[in-house]
Design a protein around this ligand. Structure first.
Ligand SMILES: C[S@@+](CC[C@H](N)C(=O)[O-])C[C@H]1O[C@@H](n2cnc3c(N)ncnc32)[C@H](O)[C@@H]1O
Length: 246
């Protein structure tokens, strides 16, 4: 749940933690909202071992990294491509002395990273009409190509290289861009994948502005005005003993 108190600051009540947290949100940085909270809740329920190594991809304000820190993570790497998001996440986590390192990087071309116990991601996933032309700066936090899968597919492909043995990915997106497609992609990468959380949300202003395209593209039914957010969990299972010997 979030109350926006102007363009620069959001007052965030982190659900389930019984704490109110003031987070800085610079202009243009994604305002934490239903998908942020659904993913944060999944992080709290993931059974993180104390000291776990966590990677937060597309961190925005750092709200999900914050949830991971509160859940007991030992070290968190938070990544975003937007300079203002990197600055906001750095300030929000540094002010609280959380064990978060913020890096500016593009999730489609990630630098060499170690493996993590938990990888969390709330990537851009809103489908957009390609006829609209290039994505404007403000839309980069959610625009994800004609089918909404530009980032989700990259993350599914990258997951096996990012996860330690026994590690898990928690990925949130809208069912509009294909829950089954994500499950299939992750299973094709030999990960054990399932939906661990769902939440129906009415269309916000961005989707309301795209209803015509979404209907023409067959991504929603005529008259549809809600989406379902899903958190998908994918586990990298421990290797069987014969692989360990080899
Ligand atoms: C939907 S927002 C999620 C923000 C935050 N994790 C949350 O849950 O509130 C997506 C974020 O992805 C970032 N982003 C967009 N394209 C990216 C890219 N190519 N690489 C890394 N981050 C990107 C945006 O700047 C934005 O902060």
């Amino acid at each position: 749940m979030a109350w926006s108190t102007g363009p620069a600051v959001s007052l965030l009540l982190l659900r389930g933690t019984r704490c109110v947290v003031l987070m800085l949100r610079l202009p243009g940085v994604y305002r934490p909202q239903a998908d942020t909270w659904l993913l944060s809740k999944a992080v709290r329920e993931a059974g993180l071992r104390p000291g776990a190594q966590v990677l937060d991809l597309c961190t925005g304000t750092g709200a999900v990294a914050f949830a991971a820190a509160r859940a007991g993570a030992g070290a968190i790497t938070a990544v975003d491509t937007a300079r203002r998001a990197v600055l906001a996440a750095w300030l929000n986590t540094r002010l609280r002395r959380l064990p978060v390192r913020v890096r500016r990087a593009d999730v489609r071309h990630l630098p060499q990273l170690p493996r993590f116990d938990l990888v969390v991601a709330n990537p851009p996933y809103v489908p957009g009409d390609p006829a609209r032309g290039p994505t404007r700066r403000a839309e980069r936090a959610w625009d994800a190509g004609p089918d909404g899968r530009r980032f989700v597919d990259r993350l599914c492909a990258a997951a096996p290289e990012l996860l330690a043995e026994g590690g898990a990915l928690l990925l949130v997106h809208s069912s509009l861009c294909g829950e089954q497609a994500t499950l299939d992609r992750l299973r094709a990468e030999r990960l054990k994948a399932s939906v661990v959380a769902r939440r129906v949300e009415p269309f916000g202003p961005v989707l309301r502005g795209r209803v015509g395209y979404l209907e023409r593209a067959g991504l929603i039914e005529p008259g549809q005005c809600h989406e379902e957010l899903v958190v998908i969990r994918a586990d990298r299972l421990p290797l069987p003993p014969e692989h360990e010997r080899g």
